[in-house]
Design a protein. Structure first.
Length: 346
C-alpha cells in the first residue's frame, strides 16, 4: 500500500460502510495486497477516505478486486444487499414474467420512468484501473456494437470530447447525460483523462441511451415520459440482449454483473420513476416508511446527491444483487402503487 501504513481514521459522523467494515484485522490482511492490474487497497478505499460523506466508500478496479479484497468487499456487500458470500446471483430479464400494468394511466403522478443497467467488458480492467489506451479500446468496441443496432434502437454516438458545452449542459438538464466532475468518482480514479473516451449514444427518440466510460463502461438506459414501466423494461431487455451478442460483459456466478461500485453488482439495475407526491412529501415519516417497506430509495431529480424539486422525487429500487431484473422492477411497481394510493388518501 503506497501511502497508508496504518489503519486510517474516519471523521466523526462518517457512517460509510467502509468506515464500518475496515477493521484492524481487515486492514492488516489487505494492506499489502494488489490485483494483477496493480490495483491496491489505497485505490479501493480512496474515495471513502476523501469523501467522508460517502454511503459506501469503495470501488473495484477489476473483477479480481472482489476476490483479492473480499475481506472488505464481502461484509460491505452483505450490509448493502443482504447478500452472503456463499450465495449465487440469479438473473431473469424476461418481460413476460413482469406483471406491471401502468400504475398511473392518467399521468396524474408519474412524470417519467427510467430503467438502467451497468455493464463492463470482461477483457479489460474497470474504470478505476484502466489505462488511457485501454479506455479508448473500450469506447471503440462499444461504438462498433452500438452502430449495429437496428430499427427503433438505431441511433448515434456523441463523444464528450468536442461536444458543444451548451449541448452537454442541455443533455444533463434533460436527464439524458451524466453530470461531469462527480467528486466520488474523481477520488476513485474514474475521471482520469476526462472527457477522453467518454460519450453518449441515443436513438432518435432518446428512449434508448448508452453512457460510455462513466462510472461503468456501459450504462444502458431505457426511458420515456409517463408510467408505462413494462414498456420501458421490455425495450431495455431487448436492447441488452442485442448488445450481449456483440460484447462480452464481465460477470460471475456469485456476484452477477461486475461493476465499479459494489452497490451496483448483480443486476446492476436501477429502475426509477420521477413522481409528484405533493401531499405525501409533506409527511416524510409516512413517505419514508412506505419506501423502507418496499426497499426503495428516495432521491432528488438529478439522481445521486441531488435535491428534489418542488414535490417531485426520484423513487428507485435499492437492492440489485440477489434479486432478478424482473424482481427489481416488480418491487418498484408495487412501491409506486403504494405511494400513489397513500397520496390519494390525504
Ligand atoms: P444512475 O443510477 O444510473 O447512476 P442517477 O440515478 O444518478 O443515475 O441519475 C442519472 C440521471 O438520470 C439524472 O439526471 C437523473 O435525473 C436521471 N433520471 C433518473 N431517473 C429518472 C427518471 N425516472 N426520469 C427521468 N430522468 C431520470
Ligand atoms: N457516492 C458513493 C457511491 C454510492 C453508490 N452510488 C454509485 N455507485 N453511483 C458513496 O459511497 O456514497
Amino acid at each position: 500500500m503506497k501511502n497508508l501504513n496504518k489503519l486510517p481514521t474516519f471523521a466523526n459522523g462518517c457512517d460509510s460502510l467502509l468506515s464500518k467494515h475496515l477493521t484492524d484485522t481487515v486492514f492488516a490482511e489487505l494492506k499489502d495486497k494488489h490485483t494483477r492490474n496493480g490495483f491496491d487497497l489505497q485505490q479501493v478505499i480512496n474515495s471513502g477516505l476523501i469523501n467522508t460523506d460517502s454511503s459506501i466508500g469503495v470501488y473495484a478496479g477489476d473483477k479480481a478486486s472482489y476476490s483479492t479484497f473480499s475481506a472488505l468487499f464481502d461484509p460491505i456487500i452483505e450490509s448493502y444487499h443482504g447478500f452472503k458470500k456463499t450465495e449465487q446471483h440469479q438473473s431473469n430479464f424476461n418481460p413476460n414474467d413482469l406483471d406491471a400494468p401502468n400504475p398511473d394511466p392518467e399521468n396524474n403522478y408519474i412524470i417519467s420512468t427510467r430503467i438502467r443497467v451497468a455493464r463492463n467488458l470482461s477483457a479489460l480492467p474497470l474504470g478505476s484501473a484502466i489505462s488511457k489506451r485501454q479506455r479508448k479500446i473500450v469506447e471503440r468496441l462499444i461504438v462498433v456494437a452500438l452502430n449495429k443496432l437496428q430499427g427503433k434502437l438505431a441511433g448515434t454516438y456523441f463523444p464528450l470530447q468536442g461536444m458543444i458545452e451548451a449541448e452537454r449542459v442541455k443533455l444533463v438538464a434533460d436527464h439524458f447525460l451524466f453530470k461531469a466532475g462527480d467528486r466520488f468518482l474523481e477520488a476513485a480514479g474514474l475521471n482520469r483523462e476526462w472527457p477522453e473516451g467518454r460519450g453518449i449514444f441515443h436513438n432518435d427518440e432518446k428512449t434508448f441511451l448508452v453512457w460510455v466510460n462513466e462510472e461503468d463502461q456501459l450504462r444502458m438506459i431505457s426511458m420515456q415520459m409517463g408510467g408505462d414501466i413494462k414498456a420501458v423494461f421490455s425495450r431495455l431487455s431487448t436492447a441488452v440482449a442485442e448488445l450481449e451478442t456483440a460484447l462480452r460483459f464481465s460477470k460471475s456466478d456469485h456476484l452477477g454483473y461486475i461493476t465499479s461500485c459494489p452497490s451496483n453488482l448483480g443486476t446492476a439495475m436501477r429502475a426509477s420513476v420521477h413522481i409528484k407526491l405533493p401531499r405525501l412529501s409533506k409527511n416524510m415519516p409516512e413517505f419514508e416508511k412506505i419506501a423502507k417497506q418496499y426497499q426503495l430509495q428516495i432521491r432528488g431529480i438529478h439522481g445521486e446527491h441531488s435535491e428534489s424539486q418542488g414535490s417531485t422525487y426520484d423513487i428507485s429500487n435499492r437492492r440489485r444483487l440477489g434479486v432478478t431484473e424482473v424482481e427489481c422492477v416488480q418491487v418498484l411497481h408495487a412501491g409506486v402503487l403504494a405511494l400513489i394510493n397513500r397520496e390519494k388518501l390525504f
